[in-house]
Write a protein that binds this ligand. Sequence first.
Ligand code: ATP
Length: 236
Amino acid sequence: MESNVLMKVENVNKIYEMGEVKVAAVKEIDLELYQGEFVVILGPSGSGKSTLLNILGGMDLPTQGKVFMEGQEITDYNDRKLTNYRREKIGFVFQFYNLMANLTARENVELATEICKNALNIDEVLEAIGLGERKEHFPAQMSGGEQQRVAIARAVAKNPALLLCDEPTGALDFETGIKILSLLKKINQDYNKTVVIITHNMPIGEMADRVIKMRSGEIIEVKVNDNPIHPEGIEW
Ligand SMILES: Nc1ncnc2c1ncn2[C@@H]1O[C@H](COP(=O)(O)OP(=O)(O)OP(=O)(O)O)[C@@H](O)[C@H]1O
């Protein structure tokens, strides 16, 4: 395995069986994710993006195929190892921020890092993410964009190998969405974190080092952007 390959997906298929009906959610996926790259997985609703993200994040297992993280086969892991994998290696950011309403921003981040071995300094991460002034506030006292920042701080503070973001701007207005994308780019650069965003929003692909297009469960195109644009230049 090449030294800069972070994850490798080999011939992955996922078939959901609902009684007599079988749905092939992803089909024959081969993919490598490189250390430090910014990847956008683009595809319409139902194209298999979430299924692939769940498999990368150790939340679901493929029906067939292998997935490796840093050379270790995660598709071989038992439940305990998979739980550790999700804890230590993956930071998740979702469309809806899923913050604990009764905890402050800082406490939300702290809760997530308590079970991690290599967590970063919480206050430094909150500062870097622009929440230094708001860290004692509760989610209900924050805008959607600020809550998403807390969710990103929570994912980054775990110091994961990979940040997986599922429609991170989906619940935000355009301007706030661009700020969140700029923040994800900054984290990618400042912390040298590999970031994967899944979205149906095509212009977001312009900021990626690589764009992976999916349709009907398959990868139909992989495009390398030699000159990814800064998120501030994206419009939709
Ligand atoms: N748990 C499940 N049981 C049965 N079918 C499923 C399940 N999860 C997903 N599917 C099906 O697999 C296919 C791919 O779904 P998936 O959610 O991965 O697509 P997606 O690109 O993420 O879509 P969206 O953008 O709407 O979230 C769809 O046909 C979907 O109906």
